[in-house]
Design a protein. Structure first.
Length: 395
């Protein structure tokens, strides 16, 4: 059996909304449907009935996204009911996992055309109440927020594995001696690069605003932030000697992203030139509390599978869950030119809607390669509970 080439024909995303912000009134299944519909509308030569499957990442799944949000997106977007959908969960890597799974199915010949993406509404993530162990409990019951992080933790989990995400970032800062000043400088650069990219119109070809919502640009970009403003923020996770603050960490966000993937036959049916070709991927595990360094080995493995090294990279979209986490990864890749990393800003400025972020990164790499005309690109994320995920694209 031969392995087929897999191409990314197009990639779209919503502007990323802030927690409680412009997109907080929009259900996650509607956000997902919006990017699916936009993707189909941008390829009018493709019969929507030709879409063999839709893969969507979703890290939460406890609220309005609970009923296989990929299938809900298909139906709400008005695609034929014959188009199926499956939702995948690799926490922060869910959107990229969806892209990888869709590409794998096409490469094996089980599909010719697929949509892959991700969605998250952290604003609308519900509180959940566990069922009591016995009927009619007399005492109070606890509600758990499903927005982010550990909840209802298994008591068998070692305590060092279940630290908060922010404390995990502090551990990476400790490991690599990453100062507060370096983290703030990294965050400042993220905002400046994102603001500049938007001002130059570099996101115009991939961002599709949600109709009826006044949000034309990513909502968390702070054009006017400064070293002085960032320095005033207090550490959020360690009161004594902490370095991780709201200013050098990604915010809580809402958003969705989607990509159109095809084989050679599907490419002919679209009548379009592909943005990029998928070359290789890798997933790895690490100690849960050091989740921030999860991409280190995943990136190396993916590049090795692709027969490439860091010197070949034209662009590299590394998710910025925390400045400390991103800087920790960069410290372990001394061969990498940091100038190719997140050239249009990263998640600290743009935002990190968990299930959507990986699809946003893959789409960003594809668009950047198309703009460059040729090259090798890479998308990678750290993942809570200690994993890393990476995808290599080429043009």
């Amino acid at each position: 059996m031969s392995i087929r080439d897999v191409y990314i024909v197009d990639a779209v995303r919503t502007p990323i909304g802030k927690f409680g912000g412009a997109l907080s009134s929009v259900r996650p299944d509607d956000l997902a449907a919006h990017v699916v519909r936009a993707l189909v509308d941008r390829t009018p030569d493709l019969d929507p009935a030709r879409v063999d499957d839709v893969y969507f990442g979703d890290a939460n799944g406890a609220g309005e996204d609970n009923r296989d949000v990929a299938r809900m997106a298909v139906l709400l977007a008005g695609l034929p009911t014959s188009v199926p959908g499956v939702t995948v969960n690799r926490l922060c890597g869910s959107g990229l996992e969806a892209v990888i799974q869709a590409a794998r199915v096409i490469a094996l010949g089980d599909a010719s055309v697929a949509i892959a993406g991700g969605v998250e509404s952290m604003s609308r993530a519900p509180w959940v109440l566990q069922k009591p162990e016995r009927a009619y409990p007399a005492g109070h019951q606890q509600l758990h927020s499903t927005t982010l992080g550990w909840r209802m933790t298994n008591p068998r989990m070692p305590a060092e594995w279940t630290v908060s995400l922010g404390e995990g970032a502090e551990l990476v800062a400790d490991k690599h001696a990453i100062s507060r000043e370096r983290q703030d400088a990294f965050a400042l650069a993220s905002h400046r690069k994102a603001a500049e990219a938007w001002a130059k119109g570099l996101y115009d070809g991939e961002v599709v605003p949600y109709e009826g919502v006044e949000l034309a640009r990513d909502e968390c970009i702070r054009d006017s932030t400064s070293p002085e403003a960032l320095a005033k923020l207090k550490p959020a996770f360690r009161t004594d000697g902490g370095t991780v603050t709201p200013g050098n960490a990604s915010p809580l966000n809402d958003g969705a992203a989607a990509l159109l993937l095809v084989d050679e036959e599907g490419l002919r049916e679209t009548g379009r030139e592909p943005l990029a070709r998928i070359r290789a991927s890798a997933a790895t595990g690490i100690e849960p509390q050091l989740f921030g360094l999860g991409p280190v080995e995943a990136v190396r493995r993916a590049l090795d599978k692709a027969g490439r090294d860091f010197s070949d990279l034209t662009t590299f979209e590394l998710n910025e869950a925390f400045a400390a986490q991103a800087l920790g990864c960069l410290a372990e890749w001394p061969e990498l030119d940091p100038a190719v990393v997140n050239p249009r800003g990263g998640a600290i400025a743009i935002g990190h809607p968990l299930g959507a972020s990986g699809a946003r990164l893959a789409g960003a790499v594809a668009h950047q390669l198309a703009a460059a005309g040729s090259g090798t690109g890479l998308a990678a994320l750290c993942i809570g509970v200690g994993q890393g995920l990476a995808l290599v694209l080429e043009r």
